[in-house]
Design a protein around this ligand. Structure first.
Ligand code: AMP
Length: 328
């Protein structure tokens, strides 16, 4: 099932203990699209300024990503983000966010982008996520990511956006912040209840705005990711790497692998089995992303490398039954 993604298309300035880049290709939609392109056709929606170069578009084109709905706004400036990481890469400070051409952007999706059966609302202003969601009312699977900035300044719109999707993918700290619940599992259950509220009304669940998430993925950085549905819980650690250079975009790359894997299985229902395999693919993709700055590693990644890492993850996380009679 082809995938449409809307979200930031950016220039990033990033400093980590291992180096820095002043102006590299970034943005949530870009990281997502590159990862998802290993599984399905991907169409990117969003604006860039006239400072956005052809070489950056070529990075996406060379992975077969459809960039025809990326609108160049003349006289405008591309979204810009500057961040700096602490010594163990676990903490990150945002030093600057400039919305540029995203400020007041009205998305006009082509017929092609509107026919995608899978939609990913990557991190961006929640109002824009809602506008794009409304243009794909019949999408079969819709997922959304966001971040603390939007919880802080646009919570109501964000909640409205979340209520219109099937799957919420969020950092665990942000899931706690969003719900005000200090416990991860109860925070996830709270958002699942928003979904149950929509579906419980007897509404047509295929219509935008009348359903809510039935799948929650909590991203936990170097500790991996957890999956919560109303019936189940599953978690995977991150792939154990000895050298991590730049975590920027890891979450979006995870989402690209996760959603991409689901999109590549149109005949399968959204079972736990499918979701768990999707988690493994997201985890594998994210682990490659952090090995180098920005999109550098993913640009030369191969499908064989991804498959091998998924297999390694399977071995790392497997354990046998332990039928030992324990002492009273
Ligand atoms: P991640 O490391 O997965 O959280 O994503 C990092 C990417 O998100 C960077 O490439 C940034 O360009 C982009 N980004 C940072 N802040 C925002 C924001 N407020 N809205 C949308 N995208 C953002």
């Amino acid at each position: 099932m082809p995938i449409t993604v809307v979200g930031s298309i950016a220039y990033d300035a990033v400093k980590t203990p291992f180096g820095e880049r002043e102006r590299m290709l970034g943005g949530a939609a870009v990281h997502f699209a590159l990862a998802a392109s290993f599984f399905e056709d991907v169409r990117v929606v969003g604006p860039v300024g006239d400072d956005f170069g052809e070489p950056q578009l070529d990075v996406m084109r060379s992975r077969g990503v459809d960039v025809s709905d990326i609108e160049r706004v003349s006289g405008g400036k591309t979204f810009f983000w500057r961040g700096e990481y602490g010594w163990d890469l676990n903490s990150r400070e945002t030093l600057d966010t400039q919305l540029g051409v995203f400020d007041g952007f009205q998305p006009k999706l082509s017929e092609r982008s509107r026919t995608s059966e899978v939609l990913f609302l990557a991190n961006i202003v929640p109002d824009l996520q809602i506008e794009v969601r409304e243009q794909l009312p019949h999408a079969r699977f819709v997922a959304l990511d966001s971040m603390n900035l939007w919880i802080d300044i646009a919570r109501d719109q964000l909640v409205r956006a979340i209520e219109s999707v099937d799957c919420l993918i969020l950092n665990d700290a942000e899931l706690r912040q969003l719900t005000g619940k200090p416990n991860l599992v109860s925070a996830a259950r709270e958002v699942l209840a928003w979904g149950a509220r929509g579906n419980g009304s007897g509404a047509d669940t295929s219509t935008a705005g009348q359903r809510g998430p039935s799948v929650i993925v909590a991203k936990q950085g170097e500790y991996g990711a957890a999956l919560v549905t109303s019936e189940s819980f599953f978690a995977l650690p991150a792939y154990p790497l000895e050298s991590v250079i730049d975590p920027t975009g890891a979450g979006d790359t995870f989402a690209g692998g996760f959603v991409g894997y689901i999109a590549a299985h149109p005949e399968e229902e959204l079972s736990d089995e499918l979701l768990r395999r999707a988690m493994a693919h997201g985890t594998a993709l994210a682990s490659f992303n952090v090995e180098e700055f920005g999109t550098e590693r993913i640009e030369r990644l191969t499908g064989e490398e991804i498959a091998a890492r998924v297999e390694e993850l399977r071995e790392i996380t497997h354990f046998s039954g332990a039928p030992l009679k324990l002492r009273a």
